[in-house]
Design a binder for this molecule. Structure first.
Ligand code: PLP
Length: 469
């Protein structure tokens, strides 16, 4: 199978091309024209990895099985080397699918770990510079995915003091020579803006190409990331062996789109429920059929990985539901007027598969306190609890380990702010009788790289200088 452009599906590319070169001149994303049917009715004693490979094979991409096998072997770095996810029953009709048992304790590892290997395998004859801007979760996961890969260098930009201490430590204690972490003065928007400017800077990409490097990104605009996420949603539906709703804490809509793809491929999923925080652009989209950026400002919340207004993967959903012409029309409107509105029948078509709601920080903290009983839930996962329907089987996607958001967790659980992040983490662990991975605790003692704070304007020259070294 080939992948096509969401705004002009006449243009097709191979999987490899879409992975290595995801940006397009018409701002399209690459997506399957139609999803393959994958009619597995039970797991038949398949391991997670065997199942994953079968699902990937159903796409019939023009790529050797060996490449995907190698990519899936990266799941051996997870807590349980035979299965990267951990599903448990929390109460009658409610299951939690913990997706954060990888090396950086965030669900981003589920896609980025195999993606790192995949890119390395597919790019044998080329060198890549991957740029990433992060508010905390994507950065560590991207750096970890490409650690010590010969042909790939990674630059990760983050707002100095804009992440939790543990997230900054995760990035600044990595020693591999091919990784560069650049804290900047400014907030996450500043970081994202610089990323955009650099990606579109012809002079920058020319200079890189003279040094032998192609420029790329590893965000969920890349179809391969969605592919690796589709697997676990399908897997859960077979494991539980009944019709389920899946509740997804959403930002860029990659995880939820993957659940929709799993459903289209044949998984026994009824509703996909979209949980947002106060940046409720997605819940407005699914309840009112409008995407309205006019006058909207990004609100900082305690679930920072969901602080997003432009949710890239909505484009793939619209393409799948309404086709390339309509997709182009709607996103042209968004570009020109910061707004688009679906027709009533289109909205109804979305509602066949989706429901949505959002949580304020106050509600979110209440859910953390109320539902952290047998295990502790992080501020992103907490937004899902508003969408539970007690009469149906519900699966909540748990996207991060609580340790990564200790200051907000401490406030939610004990009602006061903490002084030291490490002490607060240990305090929570003791009072709730749960363990903390040694890797996380060790970070506080590790040798930190010398921390230099960069000004936006100096970034480009600094990156080029580092590449030359
Ligand atoms: C990235 C992230 C999300 C949002 O996932 P999308 O695929 O972007 O919708 C939710 N929770 C956590 C912890 C994340 O890191």
């Amino acid at each position: 199978m080939k992948l096509v452009r969401t705004r002009n599906s006449e243009i097709e590319v191979d999987f490899k091309e879409a992975v290595l070169n995801p940006s397009t001149d018409d701002n399209s994303l690459y997506a399957p024209k139609t999803l393959p049917k994958f009619n597995l009715k039970d797991l038949k004693n398949l391991s997670y990895k065997q199942f994953a490979l079968k699902l990937i094979q159903s796409f019939e991409f023009n790529v050797d099985d060996e490449v995907f096998k190698k990519a899936l072997d990266s799941y051996e770095n997870f807590d349980d080397k035979d299965c990267p996810i951990y599903i448990f029953k929390a109460s009658e009709n409610l299951y939690i699918n913990e997706l954060y048992h990888g090396p950086t304790r965030a669900f981003k590892d589920m896609a980025l770990q195999p993606f790192g290997v995949l890119l390395d395998e597919l790019s044998k004859d080329k060198k890549f510079l991957i740029l990433c801007a992060t508010s905390g979760d994507t950065g560590p996961a991207t750096l970890k995915a490409f650690e010590n890969k010969d042909n790939i260098k990674v630059v990760c930009i983050y707002p100095h003091l804009g992440t939790s201490e543990i997230q900054a430590l995760q990035m600044n204690t990595m020693q591999a020579k091919n990784l560069k972490v650049m804290p900047i003065s400014g907030d996450f928007d500043t970081a994202q803006n610089i990323l955009k400017i650099l990606l579109n800077d012809k002079n920058f990409s020319d200079s890189l190409s003279k040094l032998g490097y192609c420029l790329s990104v590893a965000n969920s605009v890349n179809f391969a990331r969605i592919l690796f996420q589709t697997i676990y949603h399908y897997y859960v539906s077979l494991k539980l062996n009944k019709t389920i709703d899946i509740i997804v804490p959403s930002g860029n809509f990659g995880n939820a789109l993957a659940a929709y793809y799993a459903k289209k491929m044949g998984a026994n999923i009824d509703k996909i429920k979209i949980a947002s925080n106060s940046n409720n652009i997605l819940s407005d989209f699914f309840t009112k059929g409008e995407y309205d950026l006019r006058g909207r400002m990004l609100i900082k919340t305690i679930s920072p990985a969901m602080d997003i207004l432009i949710s890239s993967n909505i484009e793939r959903l619209i393409f799948d539901k309404f086709g390339d012409k309509r997709c182009k029309e709607l996103f042209d409107s968004l570009k020109e007027y910061s707004f688009f509105q679906l027709k009533e029948d289109e909205l109804q078509a979305l509602k066949e598969d989706f429901e949505a709601d959002f949580c304020s920080d106050i509600e979110c903290k209440e859910y953390i306190k109320k539902f952290s009983i047998t295990s502790i839930i992080d501020p992103h996962t907490a937004t899902c609890f508003k969408l539970i329907d007690k009469n149906k089987t519900q699966v909540i996607c748990s996207t991060a380990e609580w340790t990564k958001f200790t200051p907000s967790m401490y406030e939610a659980l004990f009602g006061t702010s903490c002084h030291s992040e490490m002490e607060a983490m240990i305090d929570i662990a003791e009072r709730y009788e749960i363990g903390i991975k040694v890797d996380i605790l060790d970070l506080f003692d590790k040798k930190k790289n010398e921390l230099k704070i960069y000004e936006s304007k100096d970034l480009k020259d600094n990156i080029l200088e580092w590449i030359k070294k």
